[in-house]
Every structure is written in structure tokens, then in C-alpha cells.
Design a protein. Sequence first.
Length: 305
Amino acid sequence: MSTFHRYQISHLQQLESEAIYVLRETAAQFRNPALLFSGGKDSIVMAWLARKAFHPARMPFALFHVDTGHNFPEAITYRDEFVTLIGARLVVALVQDSINQGRVAEEKGPRASRNKLQTVTLLDAIADNKFDACLGGGRRDEEKARAKERFFSHRNDFGQWDPKNQRPELWNLFNGRKHEGEHFRVFPLSNWTEMDIWQYIQQENIPLPSLYFSHQRRVFRRDGSWLDAETGFANPQPDEPVESRTIRFRTVGDVTCTGAVESSASSLDDIVAEVAAARQTERGTRADDQRSESAMEDRKKEGYF
């Protein structure tokens, strides 16, 4: 075997190396960074990579969860178990506190969701905890607004993002300089795809919430997706009958806007095969992205993840 082939590294190894480099740069350039953690697969992989990046030391980031109060119970149980597994510190900011304080108003109507309300809670918690950078699990293949982000994505002192005013990142040189009150969002998984995430989870044997695997659930159909009817957070209308279906979730978030897909994929091998054959992105099941053509970009400009 030639020297070239003997030392050639795999695609996943390249992505892992790049992400670990970004994580270490974040620790080097910022005083108090946090890792945004939802219990979803992307934030799980990012936290797993952070654990590897600083092993055997404890990772220098708190896991930071913005809790809408309308989460899947399985995701919250998993969150707490995962934090214990990797020995991390957890910081939780509650949307309900923002509502109680009059900082945001609860949406009304059958399609009401707390997903958009997270922005105020997020920005308040960043200020209260003096986080100067927040690591996010966003990937460029998820949605067109995500594709406009840099690895180090600057936010002004109002927490807002301007996609036309971002810093160049030539040769992976990252500029974390900022003024007082400004902060950064950092995206170590920018060059990963959904398939890369699943193959890495498979390779590393990373534990996941049961929501990602095929199971029976009472759901109802809305806008082409199956929404949960068991937690009571999403309200089916008279023309939206509740049914029992075999489903799984490709993405995990607020119950009111996270749609499931019908699936029999009960193992990581099954999921990898299913993702390879999928013709709709995972964000295609998210009702919050379908509110307008520019829904995600508008929210990101306001300070969303």
C-alpha cells in the first residue's frame, strides 16, 4: 500500500478534525462561551465533539438550553442523562419566565407556538450569563438562511445578525474581535450534512433520544407533517383527526412545530438508509419554517439560533 493511501483520512475524520479545530479556537478566543443544547442530534454531536476536543479535561463550555416548556418529555429526560454522561454543566433559560415577566406574549390560536418566543429568552440569558459566544449546531444544508452563516458569525449589541456584513474566513482564520455588548454565534458543523451527522453517530455509537427511532404515536396531519397529539401542546382542529401511526422524528424541537415522518426505521442502519433515499430536507417537517418564505432568515436577524 502506498504512503498516500496508508495515511489518507476519511471524510468523517476530516469533518471531525475541522469541528474540533473550531471548538478549540472558540475556547481560545472567547472568555465565556456556551454550547447551545436542545437534545437534538446536531447539538448532541457538537457536544460529543467538544468532549473529544478537550479530553481528558472537562469541556470549557456550559451546555445552554432554551426551554420553551413545550418540549417532548423524552428530549428533556435525555438532556439530563446526557449532561451526566459527559460531565457537563447545564444552564437552562425558560421561555415561561419571559412570559411571566411580560417580556414576550403567548401566541393565541390553533397554530400558536412558543418557538419564536425563544429569541428574547435566548438574548436575555446571553446577557445575564455574560456569554460572549454561543456554539450552535446549524448546518449549511438545512435551510438557505443557514447557508449564509460563517463559522464565526458576528451579532451586534442587540443580538442581531446582518448576513451582508460578515467577516471573511480565508484559510480558516477566524476573527473573534468584538465590542462590548456584542457576541458571536459559532457553527462547528457548518460543512456537515444530515447524512454526515447520522454516519458519525453510527460510527461513534452515540446514544440518542428514542424520538429519532420508529415508534407508535398518536398524531394528526397538518401542512404535510404529522404533529404530536400526546403531550397536549399541539391542538388538533375538528378537521384534523387524531390517528395512531408508526413514525419517527428527523429533527427535535418545540412540540408545536416539529413534524414527524412515517417510518419503520428502528436502528441507525435503517435511518442512514432512509436519509440516503429522502427527497425532503429535515427542516421540511418544521412548521415554523413554513410561516413565510423568509421565516428562518427573519428570525435569525432578530437574534434566533
